[in-house]
Design a protein around this ligand. Structure first.
Ligand code: ATP
Ligand code: MG
Length: 392
């Protein structure tokens, strides 16, 4: 029945003169997301509307499911588009539509006509009442309800005429790439993929860095991070994942620094390296999955200590979330099952039994002076041997 979809977008409509940039970014993302769907599609932008036309056979459910995940789309309207051949013809098409989409006529409806083509012989109110009358004549079981109808039938008179009655709600947000790029510190846990998804939802292109510590962390732990990046990329578009070999740095910190400060010092080096990679690739912020008070390394003092090494803004979209809130999103975006696979994480292997929860920045800096001899060289090697994997 449906050969086309009208795409409703929210916030990007507000962007004034930049509107077309946002619309173009949205069109690009829609095309990207439909590449994986069975069928051929044409995505077009026509005066303030984005349409997806299908060509030949296609999978309806898959198409809706893909479109629902595109940041920037607030609603998807499966629609029938007909030529503008006069009111009689339109009436027939509308009756056909209702008959096909609503086999059970024991319900209520309201017609919402909109006339973008002002020279159409009837105005919106006239179309509403004329069409409403013809529908009642054809299907006497149907009733009109202007306040709370079960079926809202939209008829948009443009160059062509769009008929639709369902608005399937979608993820919302802003189209990927419309708000610059940021570097996500992506571990294999539950939190960081959710954090990346949230910032991606605001239109930010995501690049990621994972700190890998072979042989302490296995190939499967790395594969899990790749799998997570792939899931997030369904929403955000392709993610370039930088895998940094962190083993030497970790062992060196372990050898030279007090063990109760290990996690914080390690996290400071992760942030430093991520920022250097971010600068190289044109990212303008870092993203982490930290949530206030969740663990020792996420107290307000610890966050200060890790924040201190960066000059870029650090986005922590989960900062005020309870674990359950985060888990709920992880379920919704389908990262949860992957995140809970039990592979070791470099932060847990070298972790102290009793990490400091209120690190003093002075102590930490003093401990880090033990690293002067080799740390710069180790960081340089880690950065020069980065492995990049495009996840999509
Ligand atoms: P997550 O569930 O995201 O792993 P977490 O609750 O385990 O988070 P921490 O281990 O304290 O918390 O890590 C805090 C943040 O630091 C993570 O959300 C992530 O952004 C970053 N991070 C931690 N370990 C790594 C790693 N090995 N590679 C990249 N980023 C990391
Ligand atoms: Mg973790």
């Amino acid at each position: 029945m449906f050969k086309a979809f009208m795409i409703k977008y929210g916030e990007i409509g507000l962007k004034g003169k930049n509107r077309y940039l946002f619309e173009d970014a949205l069109v690009k993302q829609i095309k990207y997301s439909l590449k994986k769907v069975d069928g051929d599609f044409k995505v077009s932008k026509v005066t303030g509307r984005i349409y997806v036309d299908t060509i030949g056979v296609y999978d309806y459910e898959e198409t809706i499911s893909a479109l629902k995940k595109v940041f920037g789309i607030v609603g998807i309207c499966p629609m029938v588009q007909v030529e503008n051949k006069g009111f009689e013809d339109l009436t027939l098409k509308v009756l056909e539509y209702i008959d096909a989409v609503y086999p059970d006529k024991n319900t209520t409806f309201k017609v919402h006509a909109r006339r973008a083509m002002k020279n159409y012989p009837l105005n919106s109110l006239e179309i509403n009442s004329e069409l409403g009358g013809r529908i009642l004549e054809a299907f006497p079981e149907l009733k009109v309800d202007v306040h709370n109808p079960k079926i809202n039938l939209y008829v948009e008179i443009r160059e062509k005429i769009n008929i639709y009655s369902e608005i399937i709600s979608a993820v919302g947000g802003m189209p990927s790439g419309s708000s610059g790029k940021a570097m996500l510190l992506l571990s294999g846990g539950i939190d960081s993929p959710v954090a990346g998804w949230m910032i991606g939802k605001r239109g930010v292109e995501i690049e990621a860095t994972y700190f890998h510590a072979p042989p302490y962390t296995s190939e499967r732990a790395k594969q899990k991070v790749i799998d997570l990046a792939k899931i997030v990329s369904i929403y955000t578009g392709p993610i370039k994942l930088n895998v940094i070999n962190f083993t030497e740095i970790q062992l060196y910190i372990y050898e030279k620094c007090p063990h109760d400060e290990l996690t914080i010092i390690m996290r400071r080096y992760m942030m430093k390296i991520a920022e250097i990679l971010a600068e190289k690739s044109g990212s303008m912020a870092l993203i982490t999955g930290e949530s206030l008070g969740q663990v020792a390394s996420q107290t307000i003092q610890s966050l200060n200590a890790t924040n201190e090494v960066c000059t870029m803004p650090v986005f922590r979209p989960l900062i005020g979330f309870d674990k359950q809130d985060i888990v709920d999103i992880a379920f919704k975006i389908n990262t949860y099952e992957t995140s809970i696979q039990p592979f070791e994480d470099c932060c847990t292997i070298f972790v102290a039994k009793h990490p400091v929860t209120k690190p003093s920045l002075n102590h930490i800096k003093k401990s880090e002076t033990n690293l002067v001899e080799k740390i710069d060289e180790l960081m340089e090697t880690a950065i020069n041997t980065v492995e990049t994997i495009v996840c999509n």
